[in-house]
Design a protein around this ligand. Structure first.
Ligand SMILES: *[C@@H]1O[C@H](CO)[C@@H](O)[C@H](O)[C@H]1NC(C)=O
Ligand SMILES: *[C@@H]1O[C@H](CO)[C@@H](O)[C@H](O)[C@H]1NC(C)=O
Ligand SMILES: *[C@@H]1O[C@H](CO)[C@@H](O)[C@H](O)[C@H]1NC(C)=O
Ligand SMILES: *[C@@H]1O[C@H](CO)[C@@H](O)[C@H](O)[C@H]1NC(C)=O
Ligand SMILES: *[C@@H]1O[C@H](CO)[C@@H](O)[C@H](O)[C@H]1NC(C)=O
Ligand SMILES: *[C@@H]1O[C@H](CO)[C@@H](O)[C@H](O)[C@H]1NC(C)=O
Ligand SMILES: *[C@@H]1O[C@H](CO)[C@@H](O)[C@H](O)[C@H]1NC(C)=O
Ligand SMILES: *[C@@H]1O[C@H](CO)[C@@H](O)[C@H](O)[C@H]1NC(C)=O
Ligand SMILES: *[C@@H]1O[C@H](CO)[C@@H](O)[C@H](O)[C@H]1NC(C)=O
Ligand SMILES: *[C@@H]1O[C@H](CO)[C@@H](O)[C@H](O)[C@H]1NC(C)=O
Ligand SMILES: *[C@@H]1O[C@H](CO)[C@@H](O)[C@H](O)[C@H]1NC(C)=O
Ligand SMILES: *[C@@H]1O[C@H](CO)[C@@H](O)[C@H](O)[C@H]1NC(C)=O
Length: 730
């Protein structure tokens, strides 16, 4: 989660370190997969069976590590007897990626978070000669520490399995694997003498663990049930096994110095500093206790934890420690920072101090994630991190927000600029979104660029994307996608980093942000083209998703227009205008949006809540998780500390949360005009907080299966609201 108003901080904020034990890292260059070639092949065969059913038999796969003589992943595909395709690659990941490339570009197939299009030609299109897919990047990294909470927190094994398949197909070979660590922390602290009460006041609830691990937040949403620990541990075993079966390195957690307050009871002499609360929280839930790295206890706790990690999880020697995310370190003394060389708190220093930190670490002991490189690359202003290896990462999404967004031009050029940078220490590319399951096109593009030698022709690339996403070529859909790439997906202005700023998903006031980074005309044209193509394609999951998502974006844009009318009418004291605009928004547009979203399985609040509740072993736990899940996407803290940061546009949430707020706002304005009173934001805030809180605790059940016909709702919405876009275009 990133909040930054001061750009000096921003610049460095996005650096985090991956740390590997030095001696091991030196050997990592020569390290070979633990999983044998044979078992990696088997992993790919199983993946293909999950993906393609019995058509997977049309592929012959083989992993042969000697295929690569420079340790860079490669896959070679050729036609074999009986119309089969033979794929030989240097690792399981390489073979999966090679096959996905063939599926995309020879079979027009597509795999995504929002559905697959796997209408495989029969027989498979033959290859003449050898199709060679290779990468110049040693690492293809995936996940942000926040993804763990915003997207993966409630996942069961089938969902994880699907994600790891997606990762393999998209070439990922280095990924965070942070699941299940709390049980190990619990064991460490209990063994040191803390009691359960103290631990219950330390861990947050599941939906907030990412910030607990970073030292931002404690206790909120907790206590963490013992059943959680057990389930997560078993999940982690499966995740690790599966990742390693493809020869994908799981990045494991390490000690960063954050300790429970109880440590000060047990070790009164220990050098522990209490930090100021984070973000808008007060000390009740947010005051980290940080152990000085030079204190012998630091080594002791670090070693206890690492021993448990290795015993339970095994290790591939790459760890991530992420302290002080957005927190000012207790000391900015470079010696202090260098002494905890595995600590990313350097992110808070000015550049010359970053230099001091990075110079304190022997080269090769550290890989740096340049976390938001598509918008704020740090490597270029630090001489490639003063010689430390780094991974160029695309962050793209904050808080798992809904909303179409992309910076396609910088994604398409950034990685190649980073390679060409003088004396570049680039060792890989990465995907580091705070939340996933949105804008699949951007992630497919970024993953693919890791396997390319030069930027793609975006216009051509996106037309092929449309072809494989829907399985057929249609000039109107090609045009629609080109318009999308030209508008919403072509953000070039830094201030719009993809945090959904739309009034729709924020607490209403008279001063909301209404500007956008693209030309609405282009976007509305795309909407029209997509809508017109719908009758023939409505049976395709991928198409239905896009129809909902684009229509959703159109209604989001129109909400801004109605908001402006409401505000102007209020300020001009025109009651009839206020009633008209407010009436359309509250009584028609938002209810239609809710119906639209409710008609698609990918946009349901009920799914998120059901996944959360199903993690509980009894009613009490189910309720705890339900509240956690709701709080994260709305108030984000007991009192709206980070209100609406992780907003979503989902069926159920629009009606019971956003719509209620807008209703109250419009009513309040009407009342003010009626009685000739000014609108008082602080009074409104108090009232609306009750609405927000009411949603979090309402215990209502929401649809977890879609309701209604997407095409019908989209059609009604289009016919009703498209004319408004024309009116506004005049
Ligand atoms: C493959 O699976 C499909 C459906 O899953 C089935 O209809 C077909 O008969 C199977 N073909 C073979 C050769 O097993
Ligand atoms: C792997 O490839 C090498 C040549 O690159 C070949 O000599 C060897 O036989 C292959 N191994 C297997 C198991 O196919
Ligand atoms: C391996 O290296 C040799 C010599 O550098 C080169 O000719 C050959 O093409 C390489 N093979 C592969 C599979 O990269
Ligand atoms: C990742 O890919 C690189 C090069 O492409 C390869 O050397 C390495 O073995 C792969 N796996 C891991 C876990 O690094
Ligand atoms: C845990 O320790 C604290 C501090 O000593 C104490 O107040 C509390 O009663 C203890 N709780 C349990 C369950 O032992
Ligand atoms: C505790 O650590 C701080 C810096 O974190 C340092 O300034 C101080 O000297 C240390 N105190 C002791 C007693 O070691
Ligand atoms: C801190 O926040 C909590 C939760 O909102 C609240 O209950 C408490 O009163 C606040 N404490 C202070 C000192 O403001
Ligand atoms: C790799 O294999 C060795 C020997 O089979 C085993 O001892 C080690 O634990 C394995 N490492 C991992 C990370 O699984
Ligand atoms: C690149 O490294 C070389 C050798 O260390 C050095 O001479 C040269 O100045 C560096 N170039 C840049 C642009 O930093
Ligand atoms: C990019 O591809 C389009 C076809 O989609 C083509 O018209 C255009 O000329 C290409 N641009 C470049 C710079 O090659
Ligand atoms: C594209 O849209 C135009 C205008 O609506 C229509 O005439 C044409 O038939 C459409 N093309 C296809 C392939 O559907
Ligand atoms: C994105 O916008 C820039 C200028 O604003 C333009 O040069 C570029 O062609 C656009 N890219 C696409 C894909 O439309």
């Amino acid at each position: 989660m990133i909040h930054c108003n001061r750009s000096a901080f921003c610049l460095l904020l996005f650096v985090t370190l991956l740390h590997s034990v030095c001696s091991d890292f030196q050997t990592l260059a020569h390290l070979r997969a633990n999983a044998s070639d044979k078992s990696q092949s088997r992993a790919v065969v199983d993946l293909l069976r999950r993906l393609l059913g019995n058509r997977s038999r049309d592929f012959i796969v083989s992993v042969n590590r000697t295929l690569s003589n420079d340790t860079l992943d490669v896959c070679e595909l050729r036609s074999a007897k009986n119309n089969k395709i033979l794929a030989v690659g240097s690792t399981g990941v390489a073979v999966a990626t090679g096959i996905y490339n063939y599926l995309k570009y020879f079979c027009n197939c597509h795999v995504s978070w929002s559905g697959d299009q796997l209408n495989l030609p029969r027989p498979l299109p033959p290859l003449t000669g050898v199709l060679r897919i290779n990468t110049p990047h040693r690492f293809r990294y995936y996940q942000n520490v926040c993804t763990q909470s915003y997207s993966l927190v409630w996942w069961d094994w089938p969902r994880w399995q699907r994600e790891i398949d997606w990762m393999a197909l998209n070439g990922i070979n280095l990924s965070l694997a942070f699941t299940g660590q709390e049980v190990l922390w619990q064991e460490v602290y209990l063994s040191l003498g803390l009691n359960q009460t103290e631990l219950d006041r330390f861990f947050t609830g599941p939906a907030f663990l990412a910030w607990n691990r970073m030292g931002n937040l404690f206790q909120w949403g907790g206590p963490l049930p013992q059943s959680w620990h057990v389930k997560q541990l078993y999940l982690q075993f499966k995740i690790l096994d599966r990742m390693r079966s493809f020869w994908m390195i799981p990045v494991l957690p390490a000690f960063s110095g954050i300790v429970p307050e109880g440590i000060t009871r047990l070790f009164p002499q220990a050098n522990v500093t209490k930090l100021n609360p984070w973000s808008h929280f007060n000390c009740t839930y947010s005051s980290a206790y940080v152990l000085d790295p030079r204190d012998p206890l630091f080594q002791q706790i670090g070693a206890l934890f690492l021993t448990k990690v290795i015993k339970e999880f095994g290790t591939d020697h790459i760890y991530n420690t992420d302290t002080f995310n957005e927190m000012v370190p207790a000391s900015s003394d470079p010696a202090y920072l260098a002494s905890i060389s595995l600590d990313p708190q350097a992110i808070w220093l000015m550049q010359d101090q970053v230099k001091a930190l990075l110079h304190g670490v022997p080269l090769g002991c550290m890989v740096i994630l340049d976390l938001f490189a598509e918008s704020m690359p740090v490597y270029s202003s630090t001489n490639s991190f003063y010689g430390q290896p780094f991974i160029w990462c695309m962050l793209h999404n904050f808080g798992g927000n809904s909303g179409l967004f992309g910076t396609v031009e910088s994604i398409n050029s950034g990685p190649f600029n980073a390679i060409r940078f003088p004396n570049s220490t680039l060792v890989g590319l990465g995907l580091t979104p705070e939340g996933i399951e949105q804008n699949p096109v951007i992630y497919e593009l970024m993953s693919e660029l890791a396997w390319r030698k030069e930027p793609v022709n975006l216009s051509k690339w996106v037309s092929l994307y449309a072809l494989r996403r829907y399985g057929s070529m249609d000039e109107n859909l090609t045009a629609a996608w080109q318009l999308l790439f030209h508008s919403v997906y072509n953000c070039t202005l830094l201030q719009y980093k993809n945090h959904n700023r739309s009034p729709l998903v924020h607490r209403p006031s008279l001063r909301m942000q209404t500007d956008i980074w693209y030309e609405p005309t282009d976007f509305y044209k795309a909407w029209k083209l997509l809508f017109e193509a719908a009758p023939g394609l409505a049976t395709l999951e991928t198409f239905r998703y896009d129809l909902v998502d684009v229509t959703r974006q159109a209604l989001q844009l129109l909400t801004t227009e109605f908001y402006k009318e409401i505000r102007n009418a209020f300020q001009a004291q025109k009651l009839p205008d206020l009633l008209t605009a407010g009436g359309v928004l509250v009584y028609d547009l938002l209810p239609e949006l809710d119906r639209l979203l409710s008609s698609n399985e990918h946009f349901l609040l009920g799914v998120w809540l059901e996944q959360a509740q199903s993690q509980g072993v009894d009613k009490h736990e189910a309720q705890l998780y339900d509240i956690d899940a709701r709080n994260q996407i709305t108030l984000w803290g007991p009192d709206g500390e980070i209100l609406d940061y992780a907003s979503k546009e989902w069926g159920g949430l629009v009606e019971d949360y956003y719509l209620q707020r807008w209703g109250l706002f419009v009513n309040t304005l009407v009342e003010c005009l009626d009685r000739g009173r000014p609108f008082k934001q602080d009074v409104f805030n108090q009232a609306v907080f009750q609405v927000e809180k009411g949603f979090v605790y309402n215990q209502r059940k929401y649809l977890s299966k879609p309701l209604g016909d997407t095409y019908e709702v989209a059609r009604r919405t289009f016919l009703k609201y498209y004319p408004y876009t024309l009116k506004r275009l005049k």
